[in-house]
Design a protein around this ligand. Structure first.
Ligand SMILES: NC(=O)c1ccc[n+]([C@@H]2O[C@H](COP(=O)([O-])OP(=O)(O)OC[C@H]3O[C@@H](n4cnc5c(N)ncnc54)[C@H](OP(=O)(O)O)[C@@H]3O)[C@@H](O)[C@H]2O)c1
Length: 285
């Protein structure tokens, strides 16, 4: 039994999210895959979205095996969606997703790419556009069309944007111009949407994670020097094998649950304190 399973329900009411319907973009790998499984285990119905339909189908098959085969409705359904598509295509896909379970309570804008790590002066205009179209425009359009559905249904809702520590106004890295700029813009988008959507009881928050294992960070995690560096720059003990669960999943569960009903417009940093020194402590390495 895990530590969180030992805590009784009244102390962490967000451990059970039965009845909530969640749409997760970028569910075909990495964070989105892990979030989908965790939320289904908490009782959510999950709509998993991405371009790679075969992977979404495998994920949904796995999640649906958690419940007895006699259940009428599945726990998870796939939604093939390219968030760089024409806005009318995204709007239609969001409406299709809404109909899957009759409503949606939560959108997790998780799909994102890091892009190339070219120095700014070598960064192609096409690459800048590609990164922004996925990391920012895609999240905006999904938010816009889901918020319209939430407003019209008068159900309220919660939008959770997965940004990055790269979007914070501390610890910038070279070769990340497009990625960092898109994630910083996502933070601004989060706060302005929170301001405007509040009238419809829709909360909007962002989570800015540090580096966790996933497809995006696969190469980095293969570097032999990484554990030593992490042990020196992280204020809190950061497990080299740290996974998103429970580091990010517990926060997502909280932001879904009504316990967080007064929480909106925040950027939650999940980094074991790693960005606190501002300047990485490279001199001590
Ligand atoms: N891993 C980390 O350490 C880390 C740290 C900070 C922030 N983040 C952020 O966390 C999010 C998830 O990252 P990850 O590490 O899990 O990356 P990942 O494993 O590469 O997953 C990225 C997901 O985005 C989807 N995606 C990419 N382009 C898309 C498009 N045009 N339309 C729809 N979906 C698209 C991919 O699905 P398809 O290819 O099937 O479409 C995939 O499911 C990203 O926003 C990333 O910036 C990650």
């Amino acid at each position: 039994m895990s530590n969180s399973e030992k805590v009784s329900g009244h102390l962490e009411p967000w451990s059970s999210l039965k009845g909530k319907v969640v749409l997760i973009t970028g569910a075909s790998s990495g964070f989105g895959w892990e979030f989908s499984i965790d939320l289904a285990k908490a009782g959510c119905k999950v709509i998993t979205a991405a371009r790679r339909l075969d992977r979404l189908k495998s994920l949904c098959q796995l999640i649906n095996s958690f419940q007895s085969s006699s259940c009428d409705t599945p726990l998870a359904v796939p939604l093939q969606l390219d968030i760089t598509a024409d806005p009318s295509v995204i709007e239609a896909a969001i409406q299709q997703a809404w109909r899957a379970f009759g409503y949606i309570d939560i959108l997790i804008n998780n799909a994102g790419v890091r892009g190339t790590t070219s120095p700014a002066l070598n960064l192609s205009n096409e690459e800048w556009d590609r990164v922004f179209k996925i990391n920012l425009d895609g999240a905006w359009l999904c938010s816009k069309y889901i918020a319209i559905c939430m407003r019209d249904a008068e159900r309220g809702g919660s939008i959770i944007n997965i940004s990055s520590i790269s979007g914070l106004n501390r610890v910038k890295g070279t070769g990340t111009l497009a990625y960092s700029s898109s994630k910083a813009a996502m933070h601004t988008m989060t706060t302005v949407m929170a301001l405007e959507f509040g009238a419809h009881n829709i909360r909007v928050n962002a989570i800015a994670p540090t580096i966790f294992r996933s497809e995006i960070t696969k190469g980095l995690y293969e570097q032999k020097w990484l554990p030593g560096v992490l042990s020196k720059i992280m204020p809190l003990p950061f497990l080299y094998d740290a996974s998103t669960n429970p580091a990010i999943t517990e926060l997502i569960r909280y932001l879904i649950h009504d316990s967080s009903k007064y929480v909106t417009g925040n950027i939650f940093i999940v980094d074991a304190g790693g960005t606190l020194p501002g300047l990485p402590i490279w001199s001590s390495l």
